[in-house]
Design a protein around this ligand. Structure first.
Ligand code: ATP
Ligand code: MG
Length: 193
């Protein structure tokens, strides 16, 4: 199988994440997409971070297609959620399958600073998409600059993004960029107030 892995804080998951999750599997001919909400993001100060359980539930409501599963592999692990550890665990569960780690442009552009990027590349190929208009060239140049010797492990896909972030949603309380079920859940549970 070809398996995509899409990690994030998902605080909350929004239509930008959803568009990626709906479009990219077909483009990469994936058989399965695994959504991995992060327990503790290693590289950011998470403001107004909803509980693990709430973010897991919101992911289940947001990504409800067949061929997409939401995994609690990072939520069950203590400490900071390093992608290299997650992919090592997933590789144990799916030893014969090809893994693609999928990310938006902001994440790719710091990839060389992540923990053990070379080891990540042993476990998975990387697929990156633009989060804002016209970032494709910038992403391709990044790969050339930092990972020229293993550039075949990277795929930069043309992608027409919805320019939205969870931070903007938390700050504005505007729910129009959320799947309806996620918006309802946030209201019921009184999150981000
Ligand atoms: P925050 O503002 O809290 O950082 P976010 O919207 O950036 O939230 P994350 O959970 O940090 O969401 O991102 C998870 C993954 O989804 C990352 O790889 C990120 O690049 C990607 N991503 C986030 N928003 C979008 C978007 N609008 N379009 C495409 N990819 C996105
Ligand atoms: Mg982010």
């Amino acid at each position: 199988m070809r398996i995509g892995v899409f990690g994030g804080t998902f605080n909350p998951p929004h239509n930008g994440h959803k568009k990626l999750a709906l479009e990219i599997p077909g483009r990469l001919s994936l058989d399965l997409l695994i959504i991995v909400p992060t327990h503790i993001p290693p590289h950011k100060e998470a403001r107004m971070l909803a509980d693990d359980e709430d973010r897991l539930n919101m992911c289940r409501l947001c990504f409800d297609e067949k061929n997409i599963v939401v995994s609690d592999v990072e939520l069950k692990r203590d400490g900071k959620s390093y992608t290299v550890e997650t992919l090592a665990q997933l590789k144990e569960s799916y030893p014969d399958d090809k893994l693609y780690f999928i990310m938006g442009s902001d994440m790719l552009l710091s990839f060389h600073q992540w923990r053990e990027p070379e080891k990540i590349l042993e476990f998975a190929d990387i697929c990156a998409v633009s989060r804002h208009e016209d970032e494709t060239e910038k992403l391709r140049n990044y790969v050339k600059k930092y990972f020229a010797e293993c550039k075949d492990k990277f795929t930069v896909l043309e992608f027409d993004p919805i320019d939205i972030s969870s931070t903007e949603i938390r700050n504005s309380k505007d729910t129009s960029m959320l799947p309806a079920k996620v918006a309802e859940y946030i209201k019921e549970r009184g999150l981000y107030t």
